[in-house]
Design a protein around this ligand. Sequence first.
Ligand code: UDP
Length: 151
Amino acid sequence: MQKSFVMLKPDAVLRRLTGKILTRFEERGLQILAAKMMIIPRAQAEEHYAEHQEKPFFGDLVEYITSGPVLAMVIEGDECISLIRKMVGATNPQEADLGTIRGDFAIQTGRNIVHASDSPASAEREIALFFQDDEICKYQLPDQELVYEEP
Ligand code: UDP
């Protein structure tokens, strides 16, 4: 099983899309291990997006991500990092396929409503940046043999 860090950005929260987006992850069969609403401190936002600090959009990105509450989550499932990236869609919502979260709910890159880890190394780093170990719930879903061949 793999864990991914997924974050509904302030535009998703303020547009009241959290329920709809969470439903997509749940209906897919994924398991939400942790979730918290928070306003990200600037230093934490800068660390989260450190790989982009030299990019021209970095300042706007940090403004955007700290502009309101986010819903930060840890989601678990088989190969879920790439699975969730597919569900999220292309970074530029104009290029995101219909049926993806960005393709269905967003229009511009700078307001693309959701973040999801892009690799196991990113997931590990991002989960540690947002969650303490004891905030991540360990529990068994009752339908795992219906979702997986070998639970
Ligand atoms: N972003 C932006 N302008 C750009 C590229 C990226 O505002 O030209 C923002 C956008 O919110 C994106 C985030 O920076 O989601 C991180 O960019 P990345 O390339 O890592 O895309 P992601 O992994 O989120 O699809």
